[in-house]
Design a protein around this ligand. Sequence first.
Ligand SMILES: Cc1ncc(COP(=O)(O)O)c(C=O)c1O
Length: 402
Amino acid sequence: MTAFWDSLYSGAARNIKPSPIRDMLQSCRKPGMISFAGGMPDPAIFPVEQFAEAASILRTEGRDILQYGATEGYAPLKDFLASWCAPRLGRKVDSDEMLITSGSIQGADLMTMATLNPGEYVITEAPTFLGVTTDMYNHGAKFLCVPCDEEGMLVDRLPALIEGARSEGKTVKFIYTIATFQNPCGATMSLERRKALVRIAREYGVAIFEDDPYGYVRFDGEHLPTLFSLDGGEHVIYAGSFSKILAPGTRVGWCCGDRDLIRKMVVFKQGVDTCTSVVAQALVYQYAKLGHLDAFLPKIIGHYRAKRDVMMESFAEYLPAGEARYTKPEGGFFFWLETPNIPVDALFDQAIARNVAVVKGVPFYPNGDGGDHHCRVCFTFASADAIREGVKRLGDAMRELL
Ligand SMILES: Cc1ncc(COP(=O)(O)O)c(C=O)c1O
């Protein structure tokens, strides 16, 4: 049958890339493995009881929420979110400026479908979240990448980058950014750079997709305004998610932005999944309405702050002195570990042999041109004891290779 199907595949299917992270996660499913690999919340603090309580909405609204729903999203959830997100978005968005998505990754997918022709360019941070860029690649996207430092994307490089691309006849459609607690590098874009980014994007007629699944998970420091909320933010599409602040199994996210673009995304979504699970949306809504979302946030922030600190302390204690570079993230899920004298392929193999998993850095560079001495280390999933033990094993792996 292989030859038969081979003859039928589309050009896109012939070039399709699976998510490198999904493949890597397979190797982490061994018994005894300590995983710092997936960007996963800690299941130990999932609000199972509160979610079960919210499920009572099935008794009262079951006939409605077991039916197909509007592609735009479950109206009570959208109303709730418009108010709940207003402080972060700078205003209360209208219903037709918001679309409920099946995870925020679907928001990026629909944005890509609505704006990008194969061969056109997206500007990203380097490194950036490979789940989204792999999907964009599978839609035919090409990438221009801008390095990051501790203050996020080096936005002053953008004008020359865009002008250079245009002079070569390339079309740049939008900038994909994780401005807050970046995945994988943990950086948060400074206010000055946020303003510059929005200004430059407007000047050059390029849109921005602001992916913000970690924004509410801040451990230290002050919240910074989202790009969406800044002057000139009309060119910004904002994506939020319940994955990191409630549970990724809900698969409920949201997108806010220009109503015409949202409408196009709605029409694409009709063909993708008709609507995000109405049952899931209704449960999330009821959970939030009962006050559990607001009560849970400080709990996860405290829980993950403590884990970040355990990982920092373990790095200092167990990694060979002077051989690992990292900065302390003020929020989010990740450390971005640089091992200048150890190639990540070797480190990964040694770590796996010791039953500890990280994610190699290279796939976080959409053009594959960096990350060979970097790995992403997630601190939220493993227990505090497992973090200590896992970092100790990582230190042993590094010593073996030095
Ligand atoms: C930056 C970023 N965007 C999107 C996602 C996917 O989120 P969701 O589960 O809402 O699709 C993740 C998950 O790890 C992420 O880190």
